[in-house]
Write a protein that binds this ligand. Sequence first.
Ligand code: SAM
Length: 375
Amino acid sequence: MTSVLTTPYAQLNLKRFPESANNSLQAFDAADEYLLQHLSSLQLSSNANCLVLNDSFGALAASLASHFTTTSSSDSFLAKTALYENLKRNHITQAVSFVPSNQSLTGNYDIVVIRIPKILSLLEEQLIRLQKHITKNTLIIAGGMIKHLPRTAGDLLEKYIGSVQASLAQKKARLLFCTPQTLTAANSPYPTHYYAAHLKQKLINHAGIFCREDLDIGTRAFLPFLPKNLGIINAADLGCGNGVLGISLALLNPEAKLTLIDESFMAVQSAQDNWKQLFPTREARIYACDGLANEAEHSFDLVICNPPFHQQQVIGDFLAKRMFKQAQTALKQGGELWIVGNRHLGYHQQLKNYFADVQLIGSTAKFVILKAVKA
Ligand code: SAM
């Protein structure tokens, strides 16, 4: 669905990416509107360098692009795609640079607009990196919907940037005004590590990634059922996180050619680092993308997946369903999609929409491991 965002900066037609079947979900919220209204009430120079952190679908950066030199940075390939599609949709020709959150920012910013992300370790890492790119005159405003704005977010802003003052609530959104102080440059606690006993290896986990502190229980349930000794095959780990499933599959299948894909840049960085630790000389393709969107049809013998159950703050199986469909397209005839899922999610039924042959491979009290074969 296209929704219209009207602020003093612009009137924009915006779409989420990926588009949602749920028509009540729009590509911006009251926190975006509040941030833009507040910024427009200030006397800001049009020469200003503006940084937007964690813009969900580009509403903030696309609104500001024609008024300031704008850079957007987040951990999401989907958010990046939404931003550039929305710029194009609205014929905005001013360049907006995008910095994936695993890469360094450059230069100094006069204005920093922050959407508080769902995962606060990502915010912490972003604030630590930001310290080198602001001055005491930088205007820093964070915002979010009150139900997604924990007190800890304000604590992190105070700890790494400076004192924080909260706004009144407006349409269930709140802003946090942060005054930069000269604080000593912080050392990042990220990446963190946990020991994966089955790999006899500590895994590297960059800030913000799924299950950063320990192996996910779904992943743990999947591991004993991963197929082995399949010979020379093309296999993908779809939504790879830190790469634990793809790496485990690669160990069980020494001749397999692996592709690991995630939409989180920090996840991809973690998977690349972990792959290098375990396989210093073995090649693999590990990159950020919207699932298998860039892979050729009929190219994989095997896809394994522990599907995501939310996009940003929205919980649901829409991303999982898209992945099943993408896998169906990318698999060769006779190729197999193996997934793990919480039994109450009914993935068996979902898979049946794309694959005629769906089999139960294993189960635990909470999870099922399913195999779907492409006819
Ligand atoms: N495979 C890892 C594991 O088992 O620990 C992570 C599984 S986690 C449940 C799902 C992963 O899917 C997350 O890392 C998330 O970033 C990723 N993801 C969500 N949407 C995606 C998309 N459209 N394309 C690629 N990855 C996506």
